[in-house]
Design a protein around this ligand. Sequence first.
Ligand code: ADP
Ligand code: MG
Length: 492
Amino acid sequence: MANKASSATNSNLIPGATGDWEVVIGMEVHAQVNSRAKLFSGASTQFGGEPNDHVSLVDAAMPGMLPVINKECVAQAIRTGLGLKAQINLKSVFDRKNYFYPDLPQGYQISQYKQPIVGEGEIEIEIDGGAKTVGIERLHLEQDAGKSIHDQHPEFSYVDLNRSGVALMEIVSRPDLRSAKEAQAYVTKLRTILRYLGTCDGDMEKGNLRADVNVSVRRPGDEFGTRCEIKNVNSIRFIGQAVEVEARRQIDIIEDGGTIDQETRLFDSAKGETRSMRSKEEAHDYRYFPDPDLLPLEFSQSYVDELAKDLPELPDEKKARLVGDFGLTDYDASVLVAERERADFFEAAAKGRDGKQTANFVINELLGRLNKEGHDLADSPVSAEQIGGIVDLISNGTISGKIAKDLFEIVWSEGGDPAEIVDKRGMKQVTDTGAIEKAVDEVIVANPDKVEAVKAKPSMIGWFVGQVMKASGGKANPKAVNDILKKKLGVE
Ligand code: ADP
Ligand code: MG
């Protein structure tokens, strides 16, 4: 019974054959730094190009080549740390992480181990209408490796070093997440923050943001269980699926009397399962040590302060401002701040207008339509100015909400000034009571049985409103129609 009581208070619990379980998740996200050049060389970070087009002598690890830190990558890491409300370490150290792989020509990856550039911070996520703070353990800078290509020719393996040396930020969360949904919300929010900051484009399809998902299960209230790390999950949807199938796998093993081995696993999205890659025994010993080619990374607090001054408004602050200044609901504000371009668009459209009305139109009509067509806001055929124009016509009673939808369709496919379109096509709302009365009378005369029925059931007036609206081609002012109908039918 104790389990029942706890499931009532914690909707995240997963039922097992022998009672409820809780999943515990911590994330290690690799985010490619937005920067033209790599972390320790001047080679381009551009996506695409022929294999090995963007490779300097440093990236290819030619003997005698020395790394030189790219200041812009350091600034980006600091900005990100500030955006995560994190401690910025004025002194940090680059270490060599030693392992052998053909796509790692140096034989080691330059990373940060004991002294990362950014320490503890936090991210707030929204989950089922509530807020939850997720701890950030650290953020460090490191190089990406190249890419091995095995499947182009059966007898050969190829190596493409274009990515070799590209700067990554590894952002490590505390094991604070408790469901697949929370894990997805966390990565989504982190990606939003990175995009606002302009420090990573967050493009998961290109591999510019990828997540290692650490999963364990326990009985509610128990100590943490042994975790497995699922490597390189590359979409928000897969993160959710990977957590769910991995938690289920671990629960089944424990309920069958087994134990969980700490291991690194892969998520196979086609099969919907995780598979072992290597166990703890096979784990690498990286023999970390400070890279003798690089001095410790040091900068002043005033440099950090300079960067802090130029930080853009971040999603949480923007949301609070939209709620405060425009009277938006929490939900509408969240939808709008999820992308910076969206919030900017909304603000441009809402300037000097009814914020709620504008938000409604942007979210329900414009975003709904863009989503349906698979378009981004950047390719929207309807501008913020045009949306503002439509909202004006609704606000001043020139058109009804229903006609506004038709108008939106016209502006979407043909363009043009909303007010002019309404003028030219005679879409103005009929507020002339004489015309409305005439339409009402016609409907009443044609439907004596309904007139009788509405006296017993006043809610049927909706049917009459519908008929009159239809007869007016949607142009009658619905409020006027309602008032006149009530008077003529004698219902309240
Ligand atoms: P390592 O240095 O071996 O990668 P860390 O202790 O730094 O291990 O943890 C790596 C990630 O694993 C972090 O995101 C952390 O939150 C997460 N983690 C640690 N313990 C657990 C656990 N018991 N269950 C789930 N995630 C965990
Ligand atoms: Mg790790």
